[in-house]
Design a protein around this ligand. Structure first.
Ligand SMILES: Nc1nc2c(c(=O)[nH]1)N[C@H]1C(S)=C(S)[C@@H](COP(=O)(O)O)O[C@H]1N2
Ligand SMILES: [Mo]
Length: 407
């Protein structure tokens, strides 16, 4: 009850602020657009929530920028807002300090600007909320109603966490099994903390820039800890404390949120659930949204388009956790009875998405195309994404289907 009241109050406060921002010009002006919530964002982004700020990239915009996702259209998912950081401009590096501690022999604090004098490393990677595609689950799970636009492909640049440790002469102690990162917060805002397994240290990057520009404040500037190959929730924006810990953190973002049901010590990626049923999440019977699930998206044709036939170009992207390469993307225009291979842009492993394209031969009329990716670990996507149904709607990876007309 109390929760509902608090939520309603926050919503009303949000509306009130928007009303004032619009100059009190009347009811029609009440809902703020993305560019009013975050300076420099494209006003076409979908506002899924105002407080905290959650903005989705419309699918056509994502598809129109298949190489890399520009900062103006990149989705935003705040669980906890950081007031004053609602802009795509960079944030001030001066005075920003980060503590490093826990299970290390020599804990230390460093200034973010010290990172500028260490070797810089660049990584292009998929940034994707684990709730992306949630609305495709039936029945609809709780949470922000993401379609497919809670994702982007971006290039981060910065200093590897392991290089920083080496530069400071700090070594991990026994039982440092997790990396636990804490975000800066203001006032009595809730904490935002996430833990990832220690192997994530291999590629962990303290990012200072994105797509060749200072890291946008709203995307975690001045410094964000990113773990290539991991889901969005693990890349802690505005990082101010990094600890090496034995166990996972116990705040709600680690448990019960951002987890899926799983059986410990099995290779099963998830424990199948009866859609609609709730689950008693514990650390033991579930696993966190860590490594990105193999997925592929069709960027052309788009749903509802009319295209010229009979040769129709189909294009899109595919990605996984970057541990092994994507080996093929297959297309089907007959509901999955037969498949043909699309051509991949590259076949080496990568944390970024790989573009693919193929040509299908279709007579005039209504059609549906499906795309399914495979990787070198033998992993693929379920034809029916609902097999992974879970009550919070995480890690959707079902084969995408697009309906269109051939003229
Ligand atoms: N400090 C902080 N880091 C955060 C979050 C947050 O609320 N606070 N949200 C996480 C989640 S759930 C996602 S999906 C990504 C979104 O990154 P973006 O907002 O830069 O697109 O940031 C993650 N890191
Ligand atoms: Mo997320």
């Amino acid at each position: 009850m109390e929760k509902v009241n608090r939520r309603t109050t926050l919503k009303l406060m949000g509306l009130g602020a928007a009303f004032l921002a619009a100059g009190g010009r009347g009811l029609a002006q009440q809902a703020p657009t993305a560019d009013q919530l975050v300076r420099g964002k494209d006003r076409r982004l979908l506002v899924l929530s105002q407080r905290p700020i959650v903005l989705e990239t419309p699918y056509e915009l994502l598809a129109a920028n298949a190489e890399r996702t520009p900062k103006e259209i990149l989705y935003i998912r705040n669980n906890v807002d950081l007031p004053g950081y609602n802009t795509v401009e960079g944030a001030n590096l001066e005075g920003w300090k980060v503590q490093v501690g826990g299970l290390v022999d020599k804990p230390f604090t460093f200034e973010a600007k010290e990172l500028l004098s260490l070797p810089q490393h660049e990584v292009t990677m998929v940034l994707q909320c684990s709730g992306n595609g949630r609305t495709l689950y039936q029945p609809r799970p709780s949470g922000n109603p993401w379609k497919r636009g809670g994702v982007g492909n971006v290039t981060f640049r910065g200093v590897r966490l392991k290089d920083l440790l080496a530069a400071k002469g700090a070594k991990l102690l026994d039982k440092a099994y997790h990396i636990t990162a804490h975000a800066s917060r203001q006032g009595n805002a809730p904490e935002f903390v996430r833990s990832v397994p220690i192997h994530a240290l291999e590629n962990a990057l303290l990012a200072l820039s994105m797509n060749g520009e200072p890291l946008p404040a709203v995307h975690g500037g001045p410094v964000r800890l990113v773990f290539p190959g991991y889901f969005g929730v693990n890349h802690v924006k505005w990082v101010e404390k990094i600890e090496f810990t034995e166990g996972e953190n116990t705040t709600t973002e680690q448990m019960p949120r951002y987890r899926v049901p799983a059986i410990p010590n099995t290779q099963l990626p998830f424990l199948p659930q009866e859609p609609g049923k709730t689950y008693p999440y514990t650390f033991q019977n579930s696993r966190p949204n860590w490594l990105v699930t193999l997925n592929s998206f069709i960027f052309a044709p788009l749903e509802g388009q009319t295209v010229r036939g009979p040769y129709v170009r189909v294009e899109g992207v595919a990605f996984n956790d970057g541990i092994v390469p994507i080996v093929s993307v297959e297309l089907s225009t007959n509901g999955g009875r037969t498949w043909y291979k699309a051509e991949l842009e590259r076949t080496e492993k990568t944390f970024g998405w790989v573009r693919w394209r193929g040509t299908v031969y279709l007579r005039p009329g209504e059609h549906e195309v499906m795309a399914r990716a495979w990787d070198a670990a033998g992993r693929s996507q379920p034809l029916d994404g609902n097999v992974a149904w879970n009550e919070r709607g995480y890690e959707y990876s079902g084969v995408m289907r697009v309906r269109f007309t051939v003229s």
